[in-house]
Design a binder for this molecule. Structure first.
Ligand SMILES: [Fe+2]
Ligand SMILES: [Fe+2]
Length: 166
């Protein structure tokens, strides 16, 4: 992972990463062996990269990606079909309260991330980046790829971030 790109990413989400609500996702299991925080960080970074590659708003994609699963309850408390539709609404409500408001792209990125399972669709490439990143990252997590990524080593292991300098 390039240091410059990692700094650009942290410029977008640095203060959100430190927020207690975002840190609280570390205590919520999302996929086997992967916390909601790890999944959200993964989605955020991949959405940031996709949106940038498409010439779109990397900041909105990074922020919506980090907050897209900020539902902050035990997902096992709801049947899975209900959780599928309910959690984007809870995440959007919590994200709006945390940020004191959301841009239209951030809001749509959060609310539409379950498309096409849920009916609300992304209206911009930035929101589409979050939706696509969610699927890619969930697949990588289930296949056990997440812990082998440079992002995991940089952001989730103790010690200074292990980023390349060139
Ligand atoms: Fe989700
Ligand atoms: Fe997700």
């Amino acid at each position: 992972m390039k240091q410059e790109r990692w700094r650009d990413y942290l410029d977008c989400v640095g203060e959100l990463l430190a927020a207690p609500q975002v840190q609280a996702m570390k205590d919520i299991r999302h996929h086997p062996g992967v916390s909601c925080f790890e999944h959200s960080l993964f989605v955020s970074y991949v959405a940031f990269r996709l949106a940038r590659r498409w010439g779109k708003d990397g900041r909105a994609a990074a922020r919506a990606g980090l907050l897209h699963d900020l539902y902050l309850y035990d997902p096992r408390s709801l049947p899975s079909y209900k959780q599928c539709f309910a959690h984007p609404l809870a995440a959007e409500r919590n994200a709006r309260a945390l940020c004191g408001g959301l841009t239209r792209e951030e809001e749509n990125g959060i609310l539409a991330h379950m498309w096409p399972m849920a009916r609300r669709a992304p209206h911009s490439r930035t929101a589409a980046a979050v939706c696509l990143a969610d699927k890619l990252c969930a697949t990588a997590e289930v296949l056990g790829i997440w812990r082998r990524t440079a992002l995991y080593r940089a952001a989730c292991l103790p010690g200074p971030p292990s980023v390349e300098t060139r």
